[in-house]
Design a protein around this ligand. Sequence first.
Ligand SMILES: [Zn+2]
Length: 299
Amino acid sequence: MIRVSRSAIPASLKTAAAIELPKVLAFYGRQPSKSSWKFTAYREPAVAAELKRLFHKKCAYCESKMMTVQPIDVDHFRPKNAIRTGRHLIKPGYYWLAGSWNNLLPSCILCNRPNRYESGGVTVTGGKGNDFPLMGTTLPLPRYAARSRVYREPQLLLDPCGKVPPSKHLRFFHDGKIEPKPLRDGTPSPRGKATIKVFALDRTELCDARRDVALRIIGELERLEEEMQSSAGPNGARRRAYHLRALARHLTDDQPYLEMARQLIEARQPGFLTLLPDMLRYYWRDQAPPLHNFKRRNR
Ligand SMILES: [Zn+2]
């Protein structure tokens, strides 16, 4: 999961939501919570199209490339029909946010829909569904509330378009595994822990996919380290440029598991990521490169 700046609301969603919201509020103002409104505004084709563009056709939660094998689910980050937090299942959900652009994210089926999956050799239940855990024993807002109140709720799930960078709470490893990052006091981040559990970010197939990408990244980095330390002359410069570009390819926004790539490279060569754009420019323009003290490290 990486942080993404949300674009402006698609015009067709703005229009459709403005028509739908008063009807939704009236419906939930008089109906018991057993029935639910059939929301349609968020199904505007421009919504899925803009979310695909914004997230480069990746799942907002697991960063897998989706479009090869499945269409996207437009997920309501705050669930619209019901909210599961702790042992509570509360109806309705955040119905007034069903057509809110800030509440919509592109998700793969496995992150979004409840299902059983393998993790560490055991079968567990995961996939978001109606899950929206809050810290402690807090219960969600029961009815329509202003946006400022909603965003003050002590939510546990990390929002890819939120203020808090997911990188502060999620830690990736070169074998594809993921863990909640330790906080300052050494305890695992509760937000990281909840996010991993709810979106099943530790499912075996996903860990395997991340591991394969991690192996390629580490391989490219090792080759670059060797070239930086040994190559001289024009051929050496060409080889360094080749490996720099190969490594940089893993760091463009459209690549899967970008947060993992950043963490692996930063852990192995601290400071290198910030220099990489300048180094690439050097190799394109044939100018003096910025210095980076490449270190040989064990995997
Ligand atoms: Zn996903």
